[in-house]
Ligand binder design. Structure first.
Ligand code: FAD
Length: 384
C-alpha cells in the first residue's frame, strides 16, 4: 500500500489533536474513570476525522479505506486505550452498517451528527449470556404497529454511560439464529432504557463501559437499519472494520511500547552497562519489532484487498488473532526489562500492559478468530 502526502497530512492532523487535546489530560481521565467523550469527539469531528470513509452528503470525507486505516493507526499514539477504543467505536464499530444500509432519514438523524462529533454512538452486540456466541443473544424487538418494542439487556457497552444512541442487535423473528436478527438504532434517552451500572474494569479506565437494560422500549420502525432479518449478516460485515481497527491502533501502541522500552533500558545502568546492551535484551526488542512489522504488512495487504471490494473476513480475523497474541506477549516481555519501574502506574508500560489484555478477548476472542479462519479455510468440522 502506497502512502501519499494526503495520508501523511491526515496522520499529522490526528497526531496534533492527540498531542494538544488528549495526551496532556489522559492521566486525569484515567483517575476519574471517564473521559469527556463529547468534547474529544467534537475536536475530531471538526477536523473531519470521524467520517473519513463516510459519504460527503452526511459530512464525511468520502475517502477510501486506506485513510481510515492510517487514522486508526495514528490513534495508537493516545496514551490510554480507553480513549482510542471509544473513538474506534464511533468510527469503525457503530457506524459502518448505518452508513452502508441505513435509510436517508436515519443517516441524516444519526450518522451526520455522529460524524460531526455532536452525538456519541455505541455498538450493542454482547449480552451477559452471549458474547462469543452472538447468535444466542436474547434481546428482542417485537413489531407493534409502526414501532418496535424492545426488551432485553446488553453487557460491556463501550460509551454506554455517555453515549447518545446505540446500534442494537436484537431478535426480530423466531427463525434461524442468523436470519432472525436486525440492527436497530435506539436513542439512549428513550423511556425504558436504563443503565444498571458503569463497570469497574482492570483496564481502559477512562472508557465508560456499561450494562444497559431495555424494558418495553418503543422506537419507530424507521430506526431499522436496512432490511429486517439481515442484522446478523450486517454485523458480521461490520466486524471486518472493527477487527482492522483493532490491528491498526494496536500496532502503533506496540511500536510505542518497544520504543519506550528501548529508551528506558538504554538509560538504566546495571552491572556497569546499560540494560539494553545485554544481548538478550536487544535481541528481544529486535524480535518483537519484527513481529509487529509482519502484522503491519498483513494489515496493509488486507486493507488493499478490502479496497478492491473483497470479503476480507479471513484476513482481518488472522490480523486480529495475531495482534491479540502480540498484545499479550509484547507488553509482558517489555515490562520485564523495566524491573520495578514497570509496575509503577506513572510509567505508561504498566497501563499498556493492562489495557492491551483486552485485545485477545474483546470484539471476538482469539479462539473465535481461529474458528472463523478455520471455516474460511474449509477445515472446520462444524456446519456453520
Ligand atoms: C472493556 C470491554 C469493552 C467492550 N465493548 C463492547 C461493546 O462496545 N459492544 C459489545 O457488543 N461488546 C463489547 N465488549 C464485549 C466483548 O466483545 C466480549 O467480551 C467478547 O466478545 C467475549 O465474549 P464473552 O466475554 O461473553 O466471553 P465468552 O463468550 O464467555 O467466552 C469466554 C472465553 O471462552 C473461550 N471460548 C469461547 N468460545 C470458544 C470456542 N468456540 N472455542 C474455544 N474457546 C472458546 C475464549 O477464550 C473466550 O475468551 C466489550 C468487552 C470489554 C471487556
Amino acid at each position: 500500500m502506497k502512502l501519499t502526502h494526503e495520508h501523511k497530512q491526515l496522520v499529522q492532523t490526528t497526531t496534533q489533536i492527540i498531542a494538544e487535546h488528549i495526551n496532556p489530560y489522559v492521566d486525569e481521565w484515567e483517575k476519574d474513570g471517564i473521559y469527556p467523550a463529547h468534547q474529544v469527539m467534537k475536536k475530531f469531528g471538526e477536523a473531519g476525522l470521524l467520517g473519513i470513509g463516510k459519504p460527503e452528503e452526511y459530512g464525511g470525507l468520502d475517502l477510501d479505506f486506506s485513510y481510515e486505516m492510517v487514522f486508526s493507526e495514528a490513534l495508537g499514539d493516545i496514551r490510554a486505550n480507553g480513549v482510542s477504543t471509544s473513538i474506534g467505536v464511533q468510527t469503525s464499530m457503530c457506524t459502518p452498517a448505518l452508513a452502508k444500509y441505513g435509510s436517508d432519514e436515519l443517516r441524516r438523524d444519526y450518522l451526520a451528527p455522529t460524524i460531526a462529533g455532536d452525538l456519541v454512538g455505541c455498538i450493542g452486540v454482547s449480552e451477559n449470556s452471549a458474547g462469543s456466541d452472538v447468535a444466542q443473544i436474547r434481546t428482542t424487538a417485537r413489531r407493534d404497529g409502526d414501532d418496535y418494542v424492545i426488551n432485553g439487556s446488553k453487557m460491556w457497552i463501550t460509551n454506554g454511560v455517555q453515549g447518545d444512541w446505540i446500534c442494537l442487535l436484537c431478535n426480530t423473528g423466531e427463525g434461524r439464529g442468523h436470519y432472525n436478527k436486525s440492527l436497530i438504532i435506539v436513542p439512549l434517552d428513550t423511556k425504558g432504557v436504563s443503565l444498571s451500572r458503569k463497570l469497574n474494569k482492570m483496564n481502559l479506565w477512562s472508557s465508560d463501559t456499561a450494562e444497559l437494560f431495555f424494558d418495553d422500549v418503543r422506537v419507530s420502525a424507521r430506526n431499522l437499519i436496512g432490511e429486517e432479518g439481515r442484522g446478523f449478516i450486517y454485523q458480521m460485515e461490520q466486524f471486518q472494520e472493527e477487527r482492522m481497527f483493532a490491528v491498526a491502533r494496536n500496532i502503533r501502541v506496540l511500536d510505542v511500547i518497544i520504543e519506550e522500552t528501548s529508551d528506558y533500558t538504554a538509560s538504566r545502568s546495571v552491572f556497569g552497562k546499560s540494560v539494553r546492551d545485554n544481548q538478550v535484551v536487544y535481541h528481544k526488542l529486535a524480535e518483537l519489532s519484527s513481529e509487529v512489522e509482519a502484522v503491519r504488512a498483513l494489515l496493509y495487504s488486507t486493507a488493499e484487498r478490502y479496497l478492491e471490494g473483497e470479503d476480507v473476513t479471513k484476513l482481518a480475523s488472522m490480523g486480529k488473532y495475531l495482534i491479540g497474541k502480540l498484545a499479550m506477549k509484547i507488553p509482558t516481555e517489555c515490562l520485564q526489562f523495566w524491573g520495578g519501574q514497570g509496575l509503577m502506574n506513572e510509567n505508561y508500560i504498566s497501563r499498556a500492559y493492562r489495557d492491551l489484555r483486552l485485545t485477545a478477548i474483546g470484539g471476538g476472542a482469539n479462539e473465535i478468530m481461529l474458528e472463523v479462519i478455520a471455516k474460511y479455510m474449509g477445515i472446520h468440522p462444524g456446519k456453520g
